[in-house]
Design a protein around this ligand. Sequence first.
Ligand SMILES: Cc1ncc(COP(=O)(O)O)c(C=O)c1O
Length: 292
Amino acid sequence: VLGSLSLGDGDHVLTTQHRYEAVANTLARNAEAWGAQVIEARVPFPLRDPAEIIAAFEEAWTPSTRLLVIDHITSPTALVLPVRELTQLAHSRGAQVLVDAAHAPGQLDVAIHELGVDYWTGNLHKWVCAPRGAALLWVAPPHRGRIHHPVTSLGWQQEFPAEFDWTGTDDPSPWLACTTAMDLHDSWGGARLRSSNHALVREARVLIADALKVELPHPDDPTLYGSMATIPLPGRAQDAPDIWNALIENHKIEVPVISWDERLWVRISGYAYNQPEEYQRLAEALCSICID
Ligand SMILES: Cc1ncc(COP(=O)(O)O)c(C=O)c1O
């Protein structure tokens, strides 16, 4: 999408400090080519009130803001952003909205066309369990003629999405498996599975924060998180790789330990195969590494 848009010299792209690093790089590269500037709204984290999210965007908005690039669920902090409200704000001020929803399919109930967004892209190889490399891009109908695949290949100048169908000889089996993966997600419960995943994480984040004697970084509001949650860890941000290694080597636990915004965090997830006892084990392991 970014490769197809052409912003003007001096235009502003608004994102947040929670954005995925590869997206930050792509934004920086395109902004340099356009002569545009990337601005990061500082969405507070810890977040005390969901209203602080919109307020952060309003504060960072400038008369030159043309494009909003936001996460549906942020990667380092697992925060669900109010996409519909942010889109209303952007459209009322003449900006387009591109949503990085990598984590949303399978975590959130999403009706993309009801969000009003211009562009929305999400992974199916994460929470929907399709094979790696399966993702989807949704483009609002008025923009479809202007969005091109970065690889010019056999479908060039055919209507969207034909241009995306065969961009060179590759293995399309992850895409072909998507419908089966979505059916499987539904057969495991669909909305019920998503809500039991959320319930696991809801209990686990309290358990871990209590064990570590740290404060949870946002209220227990189901609009703010899905099947992942981020919890602060006592310790230095630069110790993240050592703690991650110690969890694997000494406790056989795989979980992201994240250095973000100069602090140390752990991001937990809940899925059909997880049990509450596993978060107890994680809490004990984190206490033994970070506190003892
Ligand atoms: C918010 C976000 N955007 C983008 C990505 C990148 O996804 P992929 O590796 O499938 O390109 C991730 C991966 O974790 C992510 O969390």
